[in-house]
Write a protein that binds this ligand. Structure first.
Ligand SMILES: Nc1ncnc2c1ncn2[C@@H]1O[C@H](COP(=O)(O)OP(=O)(O)O)[C@@H](O)[C@H]1O
Ligand SMILES: [Mg+2]
Length: 255
């Protein structure tokens, strides 16, 4: 089943076209990587899907619904979870609290009852905590559940962000450079984590620069350059695609 589909999606910032006429789709259960040099429009594409920006042109369909003018929290509720290239954890909260915050979009108790621990909210909080602990256990983060999230090493913070995104119970998970700033060992671990999440039934779209990781996890790869989709295919096809090689080499082989 097709989970997400975009048609002619375009986003211009004044005269700069960051995403240009992009047709894209992802099927249920797939891991698709979105790659391309710095400034290619990858994060902007995520921001369009998650309602942070409205497309200048084109349409985005999630399951059977067009995401026209939907707000980010509405899109989270519909079932698209994400992490950010620049980690955005709640700074005064523990790891567990960060993940619980992700779960609250699935609860009925309002924030007021939650804060003042009214009886109806109490039961719900127990459930939220239980579910959050399960997710932390799944990502091997349970032992650091009481640490202040932003005081942790970078690699852990990225994992906590993934845990929080999973707590929103997404049908589609978007990861923006989950292995950025990690060493080889941590990258390998991240590869295992992404696979493990998919094996649990999630569909994953990931922006990543590390080619070894990309080749190791992707069912399919989509390549952006200057906002345009320049290639799409199986990892081995993309690896030998002339336009892709050119796009990267033209920029010093970086990214
Ligand atoms: N809010 C914004 N305002 C103006 N320009 C932006 C904004 N967000 C991104 N851009 C520009 O759009 C282009 C694509 O950026 P981005 O999507 O962050 O690229 P990537 O994630 O592929 O590195 C860049 O040239 C960037 O400077
Ligand atoms: Mg980016």
């Amino acid at each position: 089943m097709r989970i997400l589909e975009t048609k002619n999606v375009t986003k211009a910032f004044g005269g700069l076209v960051a995403v240009n006429d992009v047709d894209f789709h992802i099927e249920e259960g797939e891991i698709v990587s979105l790659i391309g040099p710095n400034g290619a429009g990858k994060t902007t594409f995520f921001n369009l899907i998650t309602g942070i920006y409205e497309p200048t042109k084109g349409e985005i369909k999630f399951l059977d619904q067009f995401l026209k003018k939907s707000k980010p929290y509405e899109i989270t509720k519909l079932g698209i979870g994400r992490t950010f290239q620049n980690i955005r954890l709640f700074s005064s909260m523990t790891v567990l609290e960060n993940v619980m915050a992700g779960q609250y979009c699935r609860t009925k108790a309002d924030l007021f009852s939650a804060i003042f621990k009214l009886p109806n909210a109490r039961k719900e909080e127990d459930r939220v905590m239980e579910k959050s602990l399960e997710i932390l256990d799944f990502l091997d983060l349970k032992k650091i559940k009481d640490e202040i999230a932003v005081s942790l090493p970078y690699g852990y913070q990225r994992r906590v962000e993934i845990a929080r995104a999973l707590a929103t119970e997404p049908k589609l998970l978007l990861l923006d450079e989950p292995a950025a700033g990690m060493n080889t060992g941590e990258k390998k671990e991240m590869q295992g984590i992404i696979r493990k999440i998919r094996d649990k039934g999630f569909t994953i779209l990931v922006i990543e620069h590390d080619m070894k990781l990309v080749m190791g996890i992707s069912d399919r790869i989509v390549v952006l350059d200057y906002g345009n989709k320049i290639a799409e295919g199986l990892p081995q096809e993309i690896q030998h695609n002339e336009r892709v090689i050119e796009a990267y080499l033209g920029k010093g082989g970086a990214a």
